[in-house]
Design a protein. Structure first.
Length: 116
């Protein structure tokens, strides 16, 4: 029989603030930062492959809580039914890489994850 997971725990996990175990998978914020630090950009549909189902919220957390500045480009892409829709493509300017690496290191430290 499954045990219920408290909504606070689910919310914390969804925002990359999981603190269980030392060998766990990287949070969605950490996965997104690694992707962007590799020089890539991402829109909300591509972010699904990184496990992020609400990219604008994740970017807002990184911008507002961690002070990262993102480059934002509007683009028109086909949705799941082939119809055009407008999304934002996010990338990190090279000038933000050092700060982003520090945030990634902070998020990768098990004792710091809960506070991030």
């Amino acid at each position: 029989m499954k045990t219920a997971t408290r909504s606070v725990e689910l919310s914390s996990r969804a925002h990359g603030n999981s603190s269980t175990g030392s060998e766990e998978a990287p949070s969605k914020i950490a996965r997104l930062l690694k992707h962007l630090l590799a020089g890539a950009s991402v829109n909300r549909f591509e972010a699904e492959r990184l496990g992020d189902h609400c990219l604008p919220s994740t970017v807002a957390v990184l911008a507002n809580r961690h002070g990262l500045i993102f480059k934002r480009l509007p683009e028109k892409v086909p949705n799941s039914w082939g119809k055009p829709c407008y999304v934002t493509r996010y990338s990190l300017p090279v000038s933000e890489y050092d700060k982003a690496r520090k945030v990634l290191a902070l998020l990768s430290t098990p004792s710091k994850r809960a506070a991030a």
